[in-house]
Design a protein around this ligand. Sequence first.
Ligand code: PRP
Length: 572
Amino acid sequence: MIRNDKITPEGTGDLLFLECEAQNAVIGLLREGFEKRGYREVRTPGLEFYDVFSSKAAYYRPESMYKLTDDRGRLMAVRPDSTIPIARMTATKLKGSALPIRIYYAQQVFRRQPELRGKRAEIMQMGIELIGDAAFESDVEILTAAAESLAACSPALFRIELGHVGVFNRLMSLLEAGPEEKERIHGHIAAKNYAALSDVLEGTPQTDVAEMLRALPRLFGGAEALEEARALFRGRDPVLPEMLAYLERIYGVLRGLDLGDRIMIDLGLVNQAEYYSSLAFKGYTDFSGDAVLFGGRYDGLFKDFGEDLPATGFAVHVDALADGRLKRSLAACGAPREPGPGEPGLPPSESKAPAPAVAPQETARLRIALTKGRLEDAVVAMLARAGCDVGLLRDKGRRLLLPIPGTNMEVVLAKAADVITYVEHGVCDVGVVGKDTIAERGGVYYEILDLGVGKCRFALAARADADFYGGFGAKRIATKYPNVASSWFESKGMDVEIIRIEGSVELAPLLGLADGIVDIVETGGTLRENGLTVIEDIRPVSARMIVNVASMKLKKKEIDALAANLQEVRGE
Ligand code: PRP
């Protein structure tokens, strides 16, 4: 029997000296800021009864929690979140206390993560909750504390984006669409997948609501995003302008606090914890490919615990900030490393002062991961049409990292699946990859442009001389795309056995390993020459521009400019 006695579970790990020191420094800075504002520390147990997290609203998907049973057979959950246990605790232990209550915490949460994606399952979080105060000022207090927290830990570069989940919820309640369509719309808005969102909305009645939803993911940036939203909502709905006015008021106050362009708006901010009810926000820093701070108002949560208390708060990922601190100090020590994407240069030494200093913003560097092979030529040609000097890209030899002279961009050549990995982790800001790989791999990033090149389609194919749908047994399907294939057959209600093949998948039916294949078909030549034929088309495929979520916030100007240039020269 293999004993796992020398390793730690995926998503967890030991912290050695430097990592502990960095975490402690971050915890110290945050604690100082929270206590100065009158917040007092609480701790909730690492194990809770599962029922705490499985209210009517079901804020956490069961599969994202670690579950176990106690000695009486009762189902327990390892804490996946601190806000819900704090609501439980406040509604019971602190019932009747003078309001508002100001609480802070520093404790781990545990969330099951998809395998091998490099995400942490054990996350050290610190956060504050302001409970029992529905006033505008309480949201300002929380947001100011959030900005101060990021400024203290990541003074060189941070951004906070504000959204209002009420806008999305209102539009969805008015949209005439089924639950499955609504779920797809949610996903496409969260991923800023404009093209796919448009496709789904095409299938719904062409109303004002559909038009507003279509525009939602593009409404992000500075004051101009608010302007556009105002114009879009005007005269179309009685409630949306009120929500927008609240957001504008908060934005105005925060801009007045000398936060410069640190504060952004994103009306397409929808993928927050489900308990947020109105204002929602996220924070981003350099050296981290994902949001490091999550917060908002959650006025409905206490009802699950028998109380009716308004509340607002946020959580910061301490380990992400500590990682950033370590990487920044390595860079400052002159380690042989150039500043990475989003790093305008070496950050000033970390100051204890929580004042949100605003560093001048230079033109940030963009690192673009480009899929090697078939797509490469088409995209290099597009860059040339967009006026880039692509000489180095055309004459690259064996080099994999190539600058585009005269620009702030450099190109990384990688395999399709790795393009997604690099973009997800934020080591590349932008990726160009086929929709086939996106559909198979999933992941968290924005998919903002269909480049109109690399066009082909997913199809089910089988031997031309066989009756694929004949007979009773479950069919065997060979494919390089097991996720795409299984979800397509599932949607048809068809039981199949999927066999994963790495390449030249056409061989599988010829050798008798499978009844059919799910693969991409471009010209159809490979199928024809091997005696196979398309049984059904599954979906079209083309190259997409994907963007790391943090880069989209930290380098919006540069990414918008690149997308606009590529849009101009895109294939048809
Ligand atoms: C893809 C696909 C088909 C072929 C289809 O394979 O898996 O085999 O292209 O193109 P066609 O319709 O124009 O003939 P790829 O060339 O990427 O190689 P692989 O199968 O070895 O991965």
